[in-house]
Design a protein around this ligand. Structure first.
Ligand code: A5P
Length: 235
């Protein structure tokens, strides 16, 4: 790993371990996706075997599922546990009120479902994810049914955004999500009214979900070079 980014990995690890400390015996934990949550899942596996916590996890992606299996975190589903005790997830942008842009890992829909269902949602990230305003220099991921691509891209342009179909890296053509859908990364610039934008996008037929997570997260642990900052949402 290059020296320049070493502090970020440490920061992610520390944020992850702060979140994992909130897990108690018999907890059902929603497992988000991304490189910061990977540290969470490893920590959970360690604690589960050391302290006989008897937790179980609900994965939000194939990545989370495989990591959970590898780290011996027992799995469950929303069918068996419709109200998880806790969800721990990463984010791509985080504002002061812990509103989020998520979905750069393509798992936004399952992440939003499990987060909504959970009693408490904790976000883990390094401080590069903190922003004054969502959307600045960052696209908004939108998951959609493939058949709706022409309609959704047209509508985003009419709304003043620039839609970019997410392309796969080691396969020709678009990224196909764990739900067999496409992702459009929509560049809107600064998002002044995230709740309204989320609702407007969700009115387009074929849009499955957007990466705007508004008033969903309760707490964020933000890893910094020497400390972890805790942010709690004001209600
Ligand atoms: C997954 O779809 C995203 O919502 C992730 O939570 C996000 O990309 C965070 O990933 P990192 O922890 O790797 O930055």
């Amino acid at each position: 790993m290059c020296e320049k980014n070493a502090w970020r990995e440490e920061a992610k690890k520390k944020a992850a371990s702060s979140a994992v400390k909130e897990v108690k015996k018999n907890f059902v934990v929603g497992l988000g996706s991304g490189s910061t949550v990977a540290y969470v899942i490893r920590d959970l596996g360690r604690r589960n075997s050391k302290e006989d916590l008897q937790i179980s996890g609900i994965p939000t992606s194939h990545q989370a599922l495989l990591l959970a299996v590898e780290n011996r975190v027992p799995l469950t589903t929303l069918n068996e546990n419709p109200k998880p005790d806790l969800m721990i997830d990463g984010a791509d942008q985080i504002d002061k009120r812990i509103n989020l842009i998520k979905g750069m890992g393509g798992a936004l829909t399952r992440e939003k479902i499990v987060a909504y269902a959970s009693n408490k949602v904790i976000i883990v990230a390094d401080e590069t994810k903190l922003v004054e305003k969502l959307g600045v220099n960052h696209p908004l991921p939108i998951e959609l049914l493939p058949i709706a691509l022409p309609l959704v891209t047209l509508r985003i342009r009419e709304m003043g955004g620039i839609p970019v179909l997410r392309e796969a890296k080691q396969k020709v053509g678009p990224v196909v999500t764990d739900n067999n859908n496409f992702i459009v990364d929509a560049h809107f610039g600064a998002i002044d009214t995230p709740r309204e934008l989320n609702l407007t996008l969700k009115e387009i037929p074929g849009v499955i979900e957007t990466g705007l997570f508004i008033e969903i997260a309760d707490t964020a642990y933000i890893g910094k070079p020497n400390t972890v900052q805790e942010i709690n949402r004001k209600r």
